[in-house]
Design a protein around this ligand. Structure first.
Ligand code: ATP
Length: 213
């Protein structure tokens, strides 16, 4: 039987419960065999993260420990070039059977930025795209994406057919939490407990991360 694998890439600077609840709900609601959280090495679309890639990775590992359907994939950290999603998709595809479904999971803000991604128009050849609503992201999709959605979207994730090529929207518990908000809280000596898993909270505290110097 074909497997269904999800991938949620991100800077995870740091990982928070907005990422984690969305990932877990997608995995459970749409019967994923595995959902991979994939931290970026050198984010192509943004500045250098404030903590090391290794620290971001360790926080994601702590966050998913004990949740079997969620796992961390560190392949982008072993590359010495920018973390292009097309490369990650191709390398994951190479490990799967032809009929396995690969679901690229993107928050609405990330989806709206898709046309600036390297070889973005090839992505759907290798995966389906699942778009998560984000209550804190008030952005409109460019026309080229509106056209793509009109051509490729299906009524919901349950109706995705085949290994790749379609777009579905996920309507689930929205959590208006961003890593930016967490970094800002920490920079002003506020407490981020309950916005991140306890293990991540303790890690940030132990390593004094995101403090303004
Ligand atoms: P930042 O505030 O630094 O931009 P972020 O919170 O958006 O960070 P990323 O690591 O950039 O986190 O996000 C990785 C992926 O998770 C993106 O596709 C993003 O849209 C999605 N995402 C992040 N936060 C949420 C949330 N609260 N709900 C749904 N999706 C989210």
């Amino acid at each position: 039987m074909a497997k269904r694998i999800g991938m949620l890439g991100g800077t995870f600077d740091p990982v928070h419960i907005g990422h984690l609840r969305s990932a877990l709900e997608v995995a459970e609601n749409y019967a994923l065999d595995q959902l991979l959280l994939i931290p970026n090495a050198q984010p192509p679309h943004r500045g250098t993260p404030q903590v090391s890639a290794q620290q971001r990775l360790e926080m994601v590992q702590l966050a998913v420990a004990g949740t079997e359907v969620l796992s961390v994939d560190d392949r982008e950290l072993h590359r010495d070039k920018p973390s292009w999603s097309i490369d990650t998709l191709l390398s994951l595809r190479a490990e799967l059977h032809q009929q396995d479904q690969l679901l690229l999971i993107l928050g609405w803000d990330a989806f709206c930025g898709l046309p600036s991604w390297h070889r973005w128009d090839e992505l759907l050849e290798h995966c389906h795209i699942l778009v998560l609503q984000r209550p804190d992201a008030d952005i409109e999709a460019p026309q080229v994406l509106q056209d793509l959605v009109a051509a490729k979207s299906v009524s919901g994730p349950q109706t995705l057919q085949g290994p790749s090529g379609q777009i579905a929207f996920v309507w689930q518990t929205p959590l208006a939490i961003s890593a930016t908000q967490i970094r800002q809280l920490l920079a002003t000596q506020r407490c981020v407990r309950y916005l991140v898993p306890d293990a991540v909270f303790k890690y940030i505290d132990a390593h004094q991360l995101y403090q303004e110097r």
